[in-house]
Design a protein around this ligand. Structure first.
Ligand code: SAM
Ligand code: SF4
Length: 439
């Protein structure tokens, strides 16, 4: 038997890319590839890229440059670029970095086997189509090998919202939802392989409207279907848009036992003027009222969000409105970014905020978010949570898992296996995690 070929995949960006990387590795598995953790012994290197901010794209080019030596030593080594940089830059990548053999966009990676074969014949392969066929249908069934207790499952892709700062509608294309039965089958397969928690993914996951047995189903409908899957213990979903937070989804947060009390609901800014300029079509007030309704349905829910500071024309007053909103909501987690100009998006043409001012605002916002994060975490001390154990810790005998609120919890001298779900008393709170004791 011939030696398996080795594939090294490096993933940048969001969880959807993590899911795509898994699927790409699986599909190349059919071509005799096994994954390796090091580029040094790889026969193929694939960078699954992110284009959301300028730095993310530049990182890809500098990483590619580092493979020059490897390629010189091993001329048969194939180097590919996948993901949103591949989609946005296409052939330009091969022009800028001639060592690249293959460029594949996020909607055409089911064609990787043929593309890989083409590169083995010495040709370059490029595919950044938005094909008619459903890539998930074309991908091979997922292998049956055992895996860890948590998994991502993409249920929706693309976005029709066109926020003025964002490249996603251009790189991932129009919004598409996968049919309910395919998702349920994939979830059942994952559970058979040892998965107990599934995070449903989509750029706009709560806009989900996949075909069900009696017409289109909402995300809440899909969650209720998954709630019936035996052996699946926890359901999460990300990322949501405030405008698509439908009543049935809010209600599910109060009534669906497997749906976890954590919600990532980006708002981007607390200033109505900026929200309008961002084309977000919600206001700070409507967002606050929405969170009130969500908290009424599930009072202990932990909120998470995304913010952009230094969006073109953002004034001190606009920024203060963001700080005020954060103060009112108190997020358990929040991700804040300095605005990054993306060529081709409407905001790129507008008058930019001074980078020093934007840096200062970012620091202030992150300071406030960290304070709330810490307060919410500290308030967990003395409470009983349920932990899904995911891995061993750094110290001997230590096990680490996640609470229903997504807090990382570590337990010392714990007699539990990976995949166990156990009640834990929280006894301490550190910078980024909680300490617990099995009950
Ligand atoms: N669909 C989600 C939503 O509408 O909230 C977000 C998807 S986007 C992949 C993740 C986050 O990246 C956004 O919420 C936004 O905060 C940030 N982001 C997107 N474009 C950006 C830009 N040009 N500069 C800085 N941050 C950006
Ligand atoms: Fe980007 Fe999200 Fe806006 Fe869509 S809704 S354009 S993915 S930020």
């Amino acid at each position: 038997m011939s030696e398996p070929k080795k594939l090294y995949i490096k993933t940048y960006g969001c969880q959807m890319n993590v899911y795509d990387s898994e699927r790409m590795a699986e599909t190349l598995g059919g071509q005799g590839y096994v994954e390796t953790q090091s580029p040094d012994d790889a026969d193929m290197i694939l960078l699954n890229t992110c284009h959301i901010r300028e730095k993310a794209a530049e990182k890809v080019y500098s990483e590619l440059g580092r493979f020059k030596g490897l390629k010189a030593e091993k001329p048969d080594l194939k180097i590919g670029v996948a993901g949103c940089v591949a989609q946005a830059e296409g052939e330009e990548i091969m022009r800028r970095q001639p060592l690249v053999d293959l460029v594949v966009g996020p909607q055409s990676y089911h064609r990787l086997p043929e593309m890989e074969a083409k590169t083995r014949e010495g040709a370059k392969a490029l595919d950044t189509d938005f094909p008619e066929e459903d890539k998930f249908e074309k991908l091979k069934n997922r292998p049956k090998a055992k895996r860890g207790p948590t998994a991502f499952l993409t249920v929706q892709e693309g976005c029709d919202k066109f926020c003025a700062f964002c490249v996603v509608p251009y790189t991932r294309g129009a919004e598409v939802s996968r049919p309910v039965d395919r998702i349920v089958r994939e979830a059942q397969d994952l559970v058979e392989r040892g998965v107990r928690e599934i995070t449903l993914l989509g750029q706009n996951v709560n806009a989900y409207h996949g075909a069900g047995p009696n017409g289109d189903m909402t995300l809440a409908g899909l969650i209720w279907e998954l709630n019936k899957v035996d052996g699946l213990e926890r359901i999460r979903f990300t990322t949501s848009h405030p405008n698509d937070m439908a009543d049935d989804l809010i209600e599910a947060h109060g009534t669906c036992e497997k749906l976890m009390p954590y919600l990532h609901l980006p708002v981007q800014s607390g200033s109505d003027r900026i929200l309008k300029r961002m084309n977000r079509s919600h206001t700070a007030e409507s967002y606050l009222r929405l969170i009130e309704r969500i908290r009424a349905a599930r009072p202990d829910i932990v909120m998470s969000g995304d913010f952009i500071v230094g969006f073109p024309e953002e004034t001190d007053e606009d920024f203060q409105a963001t700080m005020d909103l954060v103060e009112q909501i108190k997020y358990g987690y929040a991700y804040s970014f300095k605005y990054s100009t993306r060529p081709g998006t409407p905001a790129a043409e507008r008058s930019q905020v001074d980078p020093g001012v934007a840096d200062d605002r970012l620091q202030r916002l992150q300071g406030l978010i960290t304070r709330h994060q810490r307060e919410i975490q500290d308030a967990m001390v003395g409470r009983k949570v349920r932990v899904l154990f995911e891995k061993t810790g750094r110290l001997p005998g230590q096990m680490v898992g996640k609470s229903e609120y997504l807090h990382s919890v570590h337990v010392s001298d714990a007699d539990v296996e990976i995949g166990a779900l156990r009640d834990v008393l929280i006894i301490g709170s550190g910078a980024n995690s909680l300490a617990g004791q099995l009950l």
